[in-house]
Design a protein around this ligand. Structure first.
Ligand code: SAH
Length: 201
C-alpha cells in the first residue's frame, strides 16, 4: 500500500516546475521527487500527519505540496519571491493549497507544535548556511525531518543536544542533483545526503 502511494506521489511530483532563474547564493536546488516521496511516507508511518507542516526554505514548494497531497496542512517560508511564484503555480497544478509566506527563516515566529520539514542550503557556498534553519526548526518543531550533506552528523547532533532534542533516525541516500547552474559540467551529479528525524525530548 505504502509502496504504491510512494510511487504515485513521486510520479505526481515529477510534473512540478523547478526554479526559473536559480540563485546560486541561496543554494537553490529542487529536492528529487523520489526522496520527497520517501520522506512523506516515513513521516506518515512514524508520526502521522496531524501536526501542521512547516517547510523552511520551501523554494518551489515540492515538500509543502507533497505533504498536502498526503493529506496534511502545510505552510512554506521562503526568502525568494520568484521561487514562491513557482510554488504557487505548482500548488495550483497539483490541486492543493498550502500557505506560502515570503520570509527569511530567521524571522519566522510561530507558536504551536509543528512538524518541520526542510532541505536547507547545505553550506557549500557558505559554511553552515544550514545553521539558522536548524536553529529555527529546533525552536518551533516537535518533530523535524531535515536533509543535510553527508558528514553533518556531528554538527546536527551538537545543535540537538544543546536544545534537548534527540536524533531518532538517520537515512542515507545518494541522490541525483539535476544540472541547475551553468558551471555544472554534467547534467546530473550524484551527491550523498543524510535525512534526519529529530524529536523534542
Ligand atoms: N525546499 C525546496 C528548496 C531547497 S533549496 C526543495 O526541497 O526543493 C533551499 C531553499 O532555501 C532555496 O529556495 C533558498 O532560496 C531558500 N533560502 C536560503 N536562505 C534562506 C533564508 N535565509 N530564509 C528563507 N529561505 C532561504
Amino acid at each position: 500500500m505504502i509502496m504504491r502511494f510512494k510511487k504515485k506521489l513521486s510520479i505526481e511530483l515529477e510534473g512540478l516546475k523547478g526554479f526559473r532563474n536559480p540563485k546560486i547564493e541561496l543554494e537553490q536546488y529542487v529536492t528529487p521527487p523520489s526522496l520527497v516521496a520517501e520522506i512523506v511516507s516515513n513521516a506518515c508511518l512514524i508520526d502521522g500527519l496531524d501536526r501542521k507542516i512547516i517547510d523552511l526554505g520551501c523554494g518551489t514548494g515540492i515538500l509543502s505540496i507533497a505533504f498536502e497531497l498526503a493529506g496534511a496542512e502545510s505552510v512554506g517560508f521562503e526568502i525568494d519571491r520568484d521561487a514562491l511564484e513557482v510554488a504557487r503555480q505548482n500548488s495550483r497544478m497539483a490541486g492543493v493549497n498550502p500557505d506560502f509566506v515570503l520570509s527569511d527563516v530567521r524571522d519566522v515566529k510561530l507558536k504551536g507544535r509543528f512538524m518541520v520539514v526542510m532541505n536547507p542550503p547545505f553550506g557549500i557556498h557558505r559554511k553552515h548556511a544550514d545553521r539558522p534553519f536548524l536553529e529555527k526548526a529546533l525552536n518551533i518543531g516537535e518533530v523535524i525531518y531535515t536533509i543535510h550533506s553527508a558528514g553533518s552528523e556531528k554538527f546536527v547532533r551538537s545543535e540537538c543536544t544543546r536544545k534537548n532534542f534527540a536524533i531518532t533516525h538517520i537515512w542515507r541516500y545518494i541522490i541525483p542533483l539535476k544540472r541547475t547552474y551553468e558551471f555544472h559540467e554534467k547534467d546530473f551529479k550524484q551527491i550523498a545526503v543524510e535525512v534526519y528525524r529529530i524529536e523534542r525530548r
